[in-house]
Write a protein that binds this ligand. Structure first.
Ligand SMILES: Cc1ncc(COP(=O)(O)O)c(C=O)c1O
Length: 352
């Protein structure tokens, strides 16, 4: 089998799997129970929080365990929008976000009356920073931008966006969806107020994520309940899953440079081979991109036909973001890049 859809999800790391089984069997007690079984479970979960914080160079009380990046994105964006609505109801995001950011912003706009600006990208997928700067207003409360785009791999300039915020309106909170950056390229959380992560993109468990929330940022909880996650996320803690996050992250960060070099080499090889084909247009630009993602179009061919032909050879690729793969329309990212219809409609994404 040749699996080339790691952006969609990864197989489960063997060590993670084994330890998870042990935790499920032996540490089942409720982490909020005050007898020793509960305390042991809770202590493992808190160790995972400490290690996750250390690996991300932040404080342990800035790490919140979630069910994945979709939840982290919802928590960050809606939580921030509700918390800071007295300051204003204006949010800025981009035209190429994952659906968990895009649809959250659309809900805030259509149901809760927020104003949302979706910043455009050029034909290569690079963000229009001038437009972003011009959109910032006195009543802007949040900017949500992904670090690495999950369809074409473009890396957004988070540091520059932070500098623009400092210059124009330093009160604005910056949320970054870092799902496709984690374990692949360096991450610096010192410039951001909120960041979302997912375990199943780095050989971890599905239904496992983290929200980083700087101490100075406050959120309105979306799931009210007990004291879990400092009152930000009610419900009995999924302790075995949360405990596994740190180990998953530690393994993902091991030899990150060698893995990067290896993947960059694979990416270059595939790019070179694809460029030899007349019908192929490469949609991923060459600079400021993650080598883990390569998007191209076989113009004149239906991408599903190519996907299934490759599948017959046990090679797995995807046609666009898996979260919208059941819809027939062109991907939002490729539409935002204003690629010609026949290029946008025939796109294939491979990820290493
Ligand atoms: C950029 C990005 N954000 C968010 C998500 C959602 O992650 P999860 O599956 O953990 O909810 C994904 C995964 O598809 C993604 O690629």
């Amino acid at each position: 089998m040749i699996y080339l859809d790691y952006v969609s999800t990864t197989p489960l790391n063997h060590e993670v799997n084994q330890m998870y089984q042990t935790l499920l069997n032996d540490y089942f007690a409720n982490a909020d129970s005050i007898y020793s079984l509960g305390l042991q479970t809770s202590s493992l979960m808190e160790k995972s929080r400490d290690l996750t914080a250390q690996l991300l160079h932040v404080k342990a009380n800035e790490i919140y365990f979630t069910s994945g990046a979709s939840e982290s994105n919802n928590m960050a964006i809606k939580g921030c929008a509700f918390q800071y609505q007295n300051r204003g109801k204006h949010i800025i995001t981009t035209a190429i976000e994952h659906s968990s950011v895009y649809n959250t912003c659309m809900q805030l706009k259509e149901i809760f009356g927020y104003e949302v600006d979706f910043i455009s990208v050029d034909e290569h997928g690079y963000l229009n920073l001038k437009e972003l700067e011009d959109c910032i207003r006195e009543d802007t409360i949040l900017i949500s931008v992904m670090y690495v785009n999950n369809e074409i791999g473009v890396i957004n300039p988070i540091r520059e966006i932070y500098d623009i915020i400092q210059k124009k309106n330093a009160k604005i909170k910056l949320h970054v969806d870092m799902v496709q950056a984690l374990g692949k390229i360096p991450i610096d959380l010192s410039f951001v107020d909120l960041a979302s992560f997912s375990a199943h993109k780095i050989y971890g468990l599905k239904g496992s994520g983290v929200l980083f929330k700087k101490e100075s940022t406050t959120l309105i909880p979306l799931v009210n309940g007990g004291q879990q996650e400092k009152g930000l996320r009610g419900g009995t803690s999924n302790t075995a899953t949360h405990t596994m996050f740190a180990k998953t992250l530690r393994l993902a960060l091991e030899n990150i440079d060698e893995k990067y070099k290896h993947v960059a080499m694979l990416n270059q090889y595939v790019r070179n081979e694809l460029e030899k084909e007349d019908c192929v247009v490469i949609n991923t630009p060459k600079e400021d991109v993650s080598p883990y993602i390569l998007n191209f179009s076989c113009v004149g061919y239906k991408p599903e036909v190519i996907l299934h032909a490759l599948e017959a050879k046990e090679c797995y690729v995807s046609t666009k973001s898996t979260c919208s793969s059941h819809k027939n329309d062109v991907s939002r990212t490729l539409s935002a890049m204003k690629l010609s219809q026949n290029v946008a409609q025939s796109a294939i994404r491979i990820s290493f």
